[in-house]
Design a protein around this ligand. Structure first.
Ligand code: FAQ
Length: 309
């Protein structure tokens, strides 16, 4: 009976054990997990575009090889996450169709353009840095396949973050013009990076339930604060400043105070009106359509190999 299954589920959560694909889950939990995992998978796949933009124009063979490896890792993360979503009864094809029809979200951050090569470094440093900050606690998320995916993904993201920081250190040791490029890129990416953590807690409809189910382990504002605290000393070491006049150490709170992101801009990007939303989705749609023959060929091959019953 449902009440017994429900009690078992609640007990699993209470004892900090993992929910696995074989387990009964409430419909709301299943929906929440599919929503978050799909959004995360789409972010990895769409997230290949801004940096992919620089693969053919990387300044050296070494930088090109590094960038190519990073973007390939992101494809891997996406597929890994789609597989986690499949354990909940949805398939990758279905989720991709929803994404290209504009029916599912991906991270707001990937709707901003990459204007210079410094953006590659800043994405590694700040965007991957924010992703790690958000995802390390998700390694303890209650849904087993998602939590396990996060372990490997976080390891690779840490490498991505270091390559970004190393790239920026190199540029900061270069010419005045290169230093200016880094600062200019930081100015553009700082606020959108803070928005990656989601709306303020007071406007976050999903946090309370997701925390109760231990899908999320911290609120959006808690993680945003952690990210600011960790980034300020890194900016100082690098020699750049964040474009926030309100940013200062608060010795009572023992945290940095910081300004308010432009939440109207965030909402607008979520509505599809960011600088690159249309371009990102159109590119993804084109890639999906161009790949149709591969899917058909794979299906035909599988059908030929099928052993008759
Ligand atoms: N962008 O109630 P909440 C990466 C939506 S890292 C777009 O607070 P929740 C690595 C939210 O879905 C990026 N939408 O929601 C990489 C909800 O809408 P819905 C991916 C956002 O779920 C680096 C509504 O607003 N990481 O890809 C955003 O409790 C470099 C209300 O929000 C993840 O997905 C946003 N920034 O908390 C790749 C991490 N924020 O669904 C390439 C996993 C919120 O009700 C290059 N996800 N929304 O229609 C999470 O931790 C959570 O889902 C949050 C949002 C924290 C993002």
């Amino acid at each position: 009976p449902e009440s017994e299954l429900e009690a078992h589920f609640e007990h699993t959560i209470e004892r900090d054990q993992r929910v696995e694909p074989r387990d009964w889950v409430p419909e709301g939990y299943r929906k929440t997990m599919v929503r978050q995992i799909a959004q995360h998978a789409h972010s990895e796949i769409i997230g290949m575009q801004p940096e992919g933009n620089w693969i053919t124009r990387a300044p050296s063979l070494r930088r090109k090889a590094i960038l190519l490896a990073k973007v390939q890792d992101e494809a891997g993360h996406g597929l890994y996450l789609y597989s986690a979503a499949e354990t909940l009864g949805t398939d990758r094809g279905e989720l991709t169709e929803k994404l290209i029809a504009g029916g599912q979200k991906y991270s707001s951050i990937f709707n901003y353009p990459t204007l210079t090569f410094a953006d590659v470094g800043v994405i590694g440093w700040l965007v991957d840095g924010a992703a790690i900050c958000n995802q390390v606690p998700l390694c303890r998320s209650s849904y087993g396949p998602y939590a396990r995916a996060m372990i490997r993904i976080c390891k690779e993201e840490s490498f991505h973050q270091r390559q970004g920081y190393e790239l920026l250190m190199t540029m900061m040791r270069g010419t005045a013009q290169q230093r200016e490029m880094v600062q200019e890129a930081v100015n553009r990416w700082w606020w959108p990076s803070l928005m990656m953590f989601g709306p303020p807690d007071a406007d976050s409809p999903n946090t309370a339930q997701s925390m109760a189910w231990k899908v999320k382990r911290h609120t959006n504002d808690e993680l945003r604060q952690r990210f600011v605290d960790m980034s300020v000393p890194q900016a100082e070491a690098l020699g750049v400043v964040f474009p926030d006049p309100e940013l200062r150490w608060n010795c009572e709170r023992e945290h940095y105070d910081f300004g308010t992101p432009d939440w109207d801009e965030f909402k607008n990007v979520l509505k599809g009106n960011g600088p690159c939303n249309a371009q990102r989705v159109a590119h993804r749609r084109r890639a999906h359509e161009d790949g149709a023959w591969v899917r058909e060929a794979a299906m035909a091959h599988a059908a030929k190999k099928e052993v008759p019953a």
